[in-house]
Write a protein that binds this ligand. Structure first.
Ligand code: PMP
Length: 318
């Protein structure tokens, strides 16, 4: 497998750009032992106006909220982190990339009480194609309902994008992969449909879009929110409600959404073909409008894209 990070020279760490090779952590870092980190996945697109980041402020707000949920003070404001993301993209001379900020408990203490451990912040960027493949985006993927249930509100914080919580996604992802599928769909603790291992889910039935709501243990996806708005703007009804597993199999169309996967249709779920086994009309209409928004081709959603300024006010190279 080729190294996705080849060519990346700079990583932002605690206020400075440092050499890629020096961006390492100690084996006794708290987050390595206990999963005590929170992170974001953000994308920058190569638009006609230059590189632009999709809904950067909202991703950074979710990062702050995830950190707050786990009582991790971040030493940088959202504005400083936004500037740091842009600085890292510029330094690595990328036009389009994936952006991965992470806030984690670092080196200094051990044991479960985390509040004395330092909180480190890093931002990395790299070029990353569509997570579930271009072919999957065009023709749909095959997914499997996982035997693993999504983490629930009574033991963890589904709204937080926390590193340790992803062991749940990893179990589901491995299971689906070993069974020959491209993605896993997790049910929540009550047996209702929740989301993919790293995406939210939408079902189309009788011309309406249905997606699980805020109390369904979902991660409150930024692309989910964007797609709800786009679908409504296109004149479709969107309902947020509990979704029974059977509705997946009875659906006319199903798709997942996320920063990495963007909008990817499902063509098969377990051994059921969805619709006629090809992405449906509503999925394709919403996907086309969404892709236009992501790539800066849509005037209507231009405000969702933050252009990466050509130069920073103050270069931060260490
Ligand atoms: N659910 C999970 C578990 C995820 O990891 C992601 C990706 N961040 C999503 C949903 C989709 O969120 P977003 O649209 O903000 O990327």
């Amino acid at each position: 497998m080729s190294n996705p990070f080849a060519g990346i020279r700079w990583i932002w760490k605690n206020g400075q750009l440092i050499d890629f090779e020096k961006a390492t952590v100690h084996v006794l870092s708290h987050a390595l032992h206990y999963g005590s980190g929170v992170f974001e996945g953000i994308r920058c697109y190569d638009t006609r106006q230059g590189p632009a980041v999709f809904r950067l402020a909202e991703h950074l707000r979710r990062l702050e909220n995830s950190a707050k949920a786990y009582r991790m003070p971040i030493a940088f404001s959202a504005d400083e982190l936004a500037e740091a993301c842009c600085e890292t993209i510029r330094a690595n001379e990328l036009q389009a990339c994936y952006i991965r900020p992470i806030v984690f408990r670092g080196y200094g203490t051990m044991g479960l009480f985390p509040l004395d451990a330092p909180v480190d912040v890093t931002i990395a960027v790299w070029e990353w194609g569509s997570y579930l493949g271009d072919e999957g985006k065009a023709n749909g993927i095959r997914a499997k309902v996982s035997s693993w249930r999504r983490i629930s509100h009574d033991s963890l914080i589904p709204h937080a994008k926390a590193t340790g919580q992803y062991l749940n996604s990893i179990l589901a992802k491995i299971e689906s992969h070993k069974a020959g599928y491209e993605e896993a769909i997790l049910l929540d603790d009550k047996g209702y449909v929740c989301e993919g291992s790293g995406e939210n889910i939408f079902v189309v039935r009788d011309g309406r879009l249905i997606t699980p709501g805020q109390t369904a243990s979902i991660l409150d996806g930024i692309n989910r929110k964007s797609i709800i708005q786009i679908a409504r703007d296109l004149g479709f009804e969107v309902v947020e409600r509990d979704l029974a597993r059977a509705e997946l199999y009875l659906a006319d169309e199903v798709f997942v959404s996320g920063t990495a996967a963007e909008l990817t249709p499902l063509r098969k779920l377990d051994d059921h073909a969805i619709g006629d086994g090809r992405p449906g009309e509503i999925t394709r209409a919403v996907q086309a409008a969404f892709e236009d928004a992501l790539h800066g081709r849509s005037e209507r959603y231009r405000e969702w894209l933050d252009p990466v300024p050509v130069q920073s006010a103050a270069p931060q190279v260490a």
